[in-house]
Design a protein around this ligand. Structure first.
Ligand code: FA5
Length: 343
């Protein structure tokens, strides 16, 4: 076998190879050849065998090196060709990415939390499915008292054989005041908390009433807390929320079983600056929240004594309506994108 001829043959084939497949075929073919040579070497003497073996190995190394180099070149060529055939038009219009919006109620809730934190209140939460004790009894609503009907309640049907206690009967909470009693049971004064959350009322909806709406509860319990403190906090938080130092409030006597004295609090209409408009029914004032000094019976039910405190509950929905001039509370849960996209 003439090794020089074999090398020439290989070089010629390699020069004609244009694909990885071609290289693979050449590699295999040569191995076959090498095997043939090795078997025909049996008839040779030891010295010749050694010489031929060395030359064959050199040829193998040469071929391997050539195949590696050629493979690299072919791969690069393939990439280049692919890139040349691809065309990227950066002027084409892209897909429209739809931007999400923060819901106006989430926006209002977040702003109110920030204001109350600034005023020194800590933000707390409580259960939406509540027992009657914390939603009513502990808050000084006597059993079967008509005051319970002031807030139309969703009662939870429970299939129990035994008679349930007030701490076992469940309702959807009608107000965030349930967290007042839950918190006071487990914490010692001074207490200064703000509690945002969803509440539920089984009532007919209209432009200002929803079945499910948000409230934020405030509770401040310490020694010598007075109505003056209550007024100061309410005025400051409303001025901060509406970013308007001209906001005024007025307190009207009202009844809630868990406060004494109790108040309905009106704020000056920010829509018309008290000139009169449909939002304030041309009165210049809008009822915005309920408040009062915590009733001593409530403290007693929660195991506290020798303290005073104020509490208030405000509808987040109505605050947001006033701020963004929304004329119907039902827009909030309408899911109407034309409405939601504005925030
Ligand atoms: C209460 O819920 C009392 N827990 C508030 C309170 C807390 C009083 C602490 C005293 C001390 P009321 O039911 O009035 O009170 O509700 C509070 C506010 O929620 C109302 O002033 C009104 O602005 C708003 N509101 C009442 N019902 C609805 C409703 N169905 N939809 C939207 N907002 C409502």
């Amino acid at each position: 076998m003439n090794i020089e001829n074999l090398k020439k043959q290989i070089i010629e084939k390699l020069s004609k190879a244009t694909s990885l497949k071609d290289l693979e075929i050449i590699g295999k073919e040569y191995l076959e050849e090498k095997r043939n040579i090795s078997s025909s070497m049996k008839e040779l003497g030891a010295k010749e065998k050694k010489e031929l073996g060395v030359r064959l190995n050199e040829l193998a190394k040469f071929l391997e090196e050539e195949i590696t180099q050629k493979t690299k070149k072919i791969k690069l060529l393939e990439i280049k060709e692919k890139e040349e055939n691809e065309f990227l038009d950066i002027t084409l219009k892209g897909d429209n990415v739809k931007r999400g919006h923060i819901h106006p109620l989430s926006l209002a809730k977040k702003e109110l939390e920030d204001i109350f934190t600034f005023l020194g209140f800590s933000i707390e939460e409580g259960p939406e499915v509540e027992d009657e004790w914390h939603n009513f009894d502990a808050l000084n609503f006597p059993l079967n008292h008509p005051a319970r009907e002031m807030q139309d309640t969703f009662f939870i049907k429970q299939n129990n054989r035994k008679e349930l206690s007030q701490k076992e009967k469940l309702v959807l909470r009608t107000h965030t005041s349930n967290v007042q009693t839950r918190y006071m049971e487990n914490h010692k004064p001074p207490i200064k908390i703000a509690v945002p959350g969803r509440v539920f009322r089984s009532e007919a909806t209209d432009a200002r009433h929803e079945v499910c709406f948000y409230q934020i509860e405030g509770l401040y319990v310490d020694k010598d807390v007075s109505v003056a403190n209550l007024k100061a906090v309410l005025l400051r938080f409303l001025q901060e929320y509406f970013k308007d130092e001209n906001v005024k409030i007025r307190l009207r006597p009202s009844f809630f079983p868990f406060v004494e004295p109790g108040f309905e609090v009106d704020m000056s209409c920010t829509v018309c600056n008290q000139k009169g408009c449909p939002v304030c029914s041309y009165e210049g004032w809008i009822e915005i929240l309920g408040a009062g000094m915590v009733h001593q019976n409530v403290f007693k039910n929660c195991g506290l004594k020798d303290v005073t405190g104020f509490a208030f509950g405000v509808s987040v929905d109505r605050l947001a309506m006033m701020k963004y001039k929304i004329d119907n509370i039902r827009w909030f849960h309408s899911g109407d994108l034309r409405f939601l996209k504005q925030f």
